[in-house]
Design a protein around this ligand. Structure first.
Ligand SMILES: NC(=O)c1ccc[n+]([C@@H]2O[C@H](COP(=O)([O-])OP(=O)(O)OC[C@H]3O[C@@H](n4cnc5c(N)ncnc54)[C@H](O)[C@@H]3O)[C@@H](O)[C@H]2O)c1
Length: 259
């Protein structure tokens, strides 16, 4: 208990899946969590769950592609919480399909959420973090940011971008002696709602395009699917002072896929 007590954390995409898991775990360990997402009802439920367990949280609507919304979020964090110590850039989407069939619109939407969103989060958090003391930025990449996958090339591009962007920013912070560590997390196959949305046609038909449990049996060396708590525990470690000497690196949590 108390591994991030007193720290102020923003979790993007905090209403669902991994973001929800990270929000709950950080709050459990004493952080005040700002859950930021576009799914307002679900975000409110996450905040309520945290409060019911005795933690502190607040929901703020944030479309991570909206520059003005990031500026306004930072104003809220500064005015209401006075500091920012943890940013989990987690919001993301996955659009599967052949690159030949992918529309430019889908390519750009995925880039905007998965990569522009991380850029904006970092750009607007660093000034407040520099005033706040030791801080940690955690960017949600993927095993798909380490190796390619057929029919996920556009997603690969975003997640590979997140991986290397993380390292560049980590070095800039280090060179400037800003007290901000920046790392990426690379989940494998984790059971979250993302798998119901990965194929837009199947999503529209209300079908679960991919069953992560079944996929994990063939694709994961341990044969097991991961759960949001598995990722949240890694994020918690990177967010905490236990990871004070860790920056510019990548934490792979994938049941051995990338081994
Ligand atoms: N689940 C996995 O197996 C897996 C594996 C590797 C990486 N990831 C990554 O983890 C992250 C979280 O995914 P998840 O599996 O929890 O999916 P999810 O769909 O359950 O959650 C994603 C959240 O992001 C939010 N979001 C989407 N667009 C947004 C926007 N423009 N602004 C703000 N919020 C937005 C959604 O509303 C949702 O709450 C993503 O970046 C994803 O690429 C997931």
């Amino acid at each position: 208990m108390g591994r991030v007590t007193g720290k102020i954390a923003v979790v993007t995409g905090g209403s669902s899946g991994l973001g929800r898991g990270c929000s709950l775990r950080l709050a459990q360990e004493g952080a005040k969590v700002i859950v930021a997402d576009i799914q307002d009802d679900l975000g409110g439920e996450v905040v309520q769950e945290i409060k019911d367990a005795g933690g502190q949280a607040r929901y703020v609507r944030l479309d991570v592609t909206d520059e003005l919304a990031w500026q306004s979020l930072m104003d809220i964090v500064k005015e209401e919480f006075g500091a920012l110590h943890i940013l989990v850039n987690n919001a993301g989407i996955a659009i599967a399909g052949s690159i030949v069939d992918m529309t430019l619109e889908d390519w750009q939407q995925q880039q905007a959420i998965n990569l522009d969103g991380v850029f904006l989060g970092i750009k607007y958090s660093i000034p407040l973090m520099r005033e706040s003391g030791a801080a940690s930025i955690i960017n949600m990449s993927s095993v798909a940011g380490l190796k390619g996958a057929a029919n996920l090339a556009a997603y690969n591009a975003t997640k590979g971008g997140v991986r290397l962007f993380t390292k560049g920013v980590a070095l800039e912070c280090a060179n400037n002696r800003w007290p901000i560590r920046v790392n990426s997390v690379h989940p494998g196959i984790i059971e979250t709602p993302i798998w119901t949305k990965i194929n837009p046609d199947a999503f529209e038909a209300g079908e679960n395009a991919i069953d992560p449990q079944v996929l994990a049996q063939v694709a994961v060396p341990t044969g097991e699917v991961g759960f949001p708590a598995d990722i949240a525990n890694g994020v918690l470690f990177l967010a905490s002072d236990e990871a004070r000497y860790i920056t510019g690196t990548e934490l792979v949590i994938d049941g051995g896929i990338s081994a």
